[in-house]
Design a protein around this ligand. Structure first.
Ligand code: UT7
Length: 324
């Protein structure tokens, strides 16, 4: 016994920034950004708090799953950080939805949702939980250096959520880490006003070696697709829908090419949202679920890579009735 996806939700900031908007203050262009990445626009936090959007996503997913917060047995939040270091964002969400379940954050960067799904599987298959809420929330606009054109143009902000419930649906999962603390790095605040701290503060912004991440991503996504299919006794051709991490269209194309997968099976929203780290997969899932793209019995493969360097894939069978 594992889980099936019973409900989804998402909430994005109101403000949308186009590539042309960025070209107003950066030495960049819509042409460069779109042809190198597939990104046209991204949502950016202005007056909203990340916590509030995450709560909104969670409430929508609970409603969609037709359960209340009180019925939850576990809350997991994939995030690099919420609006507070402590309590965790998962606890903040738990309070807002009226839950009394154990709640904690998971930081596996862009792969966070897949790590949460595998933690949910462990709780559910060992009968410690029946209903699990998984939320993803990232405020990338507050982590990037807005003078660094090589990174800030890539990211966007957003939140999403899913409820997974005990039952048949998850077919297999694979997680891995190829430890590397330099290729993508976002330092924490060092010392603040501790009179004892002698460690120098690193620059507070995301650093990324784009080329190295690109090579890792293509290999890791290909390997994870192969492994997760093998574990489920399937081939990549048996998958109905690919939901890849939305970092770069060229990375997605290159990793699917190996399996001669028809491009129309790969779902995308990168042009409108950019890379929202852990949130990307969740918003993608909610968007296409609400569009009625998935039919009961469809096989969905979620695959991602990110800082750590982490990677993973989860294969699920869609159980919900079609929308519309
Ligand atoms: O969620 C995981 C996070 N990260 C990723 O997934 C990133 C993975 N990597 C990538 O997606 C790509 O490596 C990038 C999109 C980051 C970069 O694409 P690229 O084709 O590898 O470009 P590049 O880094 O080799 O840069 C080519 C040129 C450079 O100029 P020179 O040295 O050739 O004169 C850059 O300075 O493009 C320049 N450049 C830009 N030009 C205009 C870099 N950023 C920009 C920009 N606008 N925004």
């Amino acid at each position: 016994m594992s889980f099936y996806i019973a409900g989804t939700g998402s909430a994005l900031p109101e403000k949308v920034i186009s590539n042309d908007d960025l070209a107003q203050f950066l030495d960049t262009s819509d042409e460069w950004i779109y042809t190198r990445t597939g990104i046209r626009r991204r949502h950016v936090l202005t007056h909203e708090r990340l916590d509030d959007l995450a709560i909104q996503s969670a409430k929508t997913a609970l409603e969609d799953a037709k359960i209340t917060g009180e019925e939850l047995d576990l809350i997991l939040c994939a995030t690099m950080r919420g609006d507070t270091y402590t309590p965790s964002l998962a606890c903040v969400i738990g309070e807002a939805v009226g839950a009394h379940a154990p709640a904690f954050d998971v930081n596996a960067a862009c792969v966070g949702v897949l790590y949460c799904m595998e933690v949910a599987d462990a709780f559910i298959s060992s009968k410690k939980a029946k209903n699990v809420l998984i939320v993803a929330a990232e405020a990338m606009s507050k982590l990037v250096d807005w003078t660094d054109r090589a990174t800030c143009v890539l990211f966007g902000d957003g939140t999403g959520a899913m409820v997974v419930r005990a039952g048949e649906g998850r077919l297999s999962g694979v997680l891995s880490t190829n430890p590397d603390s330099k290729v993508i790095r976002m330092p924490n605040i060092e010392g603040l006003n501790s009179p004892y701290n002698c460690v120098e503060q690193e620059k507070l912004a995301i650093y990324m070696d784009g080329g190295e991440v690109y090579k890792f991503a293509v290999n890791a996504m290909g390997k994870n697709i192969e492994q997760v299919c093998e574990r489920a006794g399937l081939t990549p051709a048996d998958v109905d829908w690919y939901l890849p991490h939305q970092a770069n269209v060229r990375i997605i194309d290159a990793s699917l090419k190996k399996f001669h997968i028809d491009k129309s099976k790969a779902l995308l929203n990168i042009s409108e949202c950019g890379n929202m780290s852990a949130t990307s997969l969740m918003v993608l899932l909610d968007e296409y679920a609400k569009k009625g793209t998935f039919r009961p019995g469809d096989k969905l493969l979620l695959v991602a890579f990110g800082a750590g360097l982490t990677s993973g894939a989860v294969l699920v069978e869609w159980k919900k009735a079609s929308v519309g």
